[in-house]
Design a protein around this ligand. Sequence first.
Ligand code: LLP
Length: 469
Amino acid sequence: MVSTPVSQSSRSGADYVHQADSENGHSRSPNQSLLPLTAGVNGHDHLEVGGCDVKALVEQYGSPLYVLDEATLRASCQQYRDSLQAHYAGESLAIYASKAWNCMAVDAIVNAEGLGIDVVSGGELFTALKAGFSAEKMYFHGNNKSREELVLALETGCNIVADNWLELNTLAELAEAQGQATAVPVMLRFTPGIECHTHEYIRTGHLDSKFGFDPEQQQAVFQFFKSHPQLHCLGLHAHIGSQIFELQPHHDLADVLVRAFVDAKAQGLPVTELNVGGGLGIRYTESDDPPSIETWVKQVCTALTAACETHGLELPKLICEPGRSLIGSACVTAYTVGSQKEVPGIRQYITVDGGMSDNPRPITYQSLYRSVLANKMSAPLTETVTVAGKHCESGDVVIKDALLPKTEPGDILVVMGTGAYNYSMSSNYNRLARPAGVLVQGGESDLILERETYADLVRFDRLPDRLSR
Ligand code: LLP
């Protein structure tokens, strides 16, 4: 189906459709786009993503449905990779913070694009391994890794980002007991003491944070490595928060990290890597204006290079670990519109067949989203409605005051920018089965997450005999 150009002046869902810049072949950075890069409107006036009609996808795979655009995900990976290469003279690696969306297909694409991966649990590590990641490209994070998880990490041979004393002691003990042939590669996470403007739940760099060693513990931690040769101190890590549009905090972070790095070297530690974390935001609404991936990477590289020059340091291997900006804009969630309710003079509700179980971000962080009706892309936006979810909870609102055409039951409502922290934070609240996920590309679709069934919902339930009589 051929996509038709859309008039930018009309007020319709089609206005949201990304118009690729055909003049120089460059499109916007994916994180600056509300819809996936391949979004278009076809001859049926339906939204297309990856060359697939979203309404037809819902007919085929059911609703709600996560629709992941492979081209957008790959473009983000490439932008991180290419920008690092263009702006940093030393070795570099972008690693995907897979907490944003960890499943085998996503991990496999990121791996094929040459990125590394950040995992934060045995489960994420297991999934990444299954998807084909090799151990040396894996970095195992987490502020309370269990002993079993650390054993798994040692068996796997991946890099471990140590967060606290208990972990360092357990690692040293396990490595010694297992008589590891080579020292265990360990990065050290520090709290950098940097404030940034984002929701307080997703700020991590300020001193009062549960993550990482306090800067005051630095000397003691370095000493620990000197007396535990079974652990190899690979380098330092810090992460300041998520959904950040400012560039200055990343600039400040480079300086803080380089100082600590110089110190570690002065203590004789064999550090070679600096990980500046992730955090670049994406556009969820028209008023969001995040820097592009390239601008962000350039800033980080320039700041790090300058700090290294100041301190006479050879450029370390630079690692960054984006999550949201790699995958957030690559996915939309398609719902089917159901019941409606008008509270006269106050509000018009329309309800969709999902909600806080497939996207807990609005209820958790008051996050804002935009939506279109995938089956009425050029219909004028005449109604202001509240898109509610189907959960037994008044706060289960997907979008408050959404601007939409007149809706009817059966319409396909598409919420944009749902690639990050939606599926990965989904739940079975009210015993809703998790939605299916499809990967779209060149007019083809592949199932990457099967829709859960009622049988899946009781799979782990056990009914003691005495209750079944
Ligand atoms: N590295 C570390 C150590 C992190 O903790 C995180 C995110 C990232 C990298 C990736 O950050 P990003 O590039 O995605 O901003 N659930 C929240 C976001 C939590 C972020 C947790 N850490 C949300 O939905 O907004």
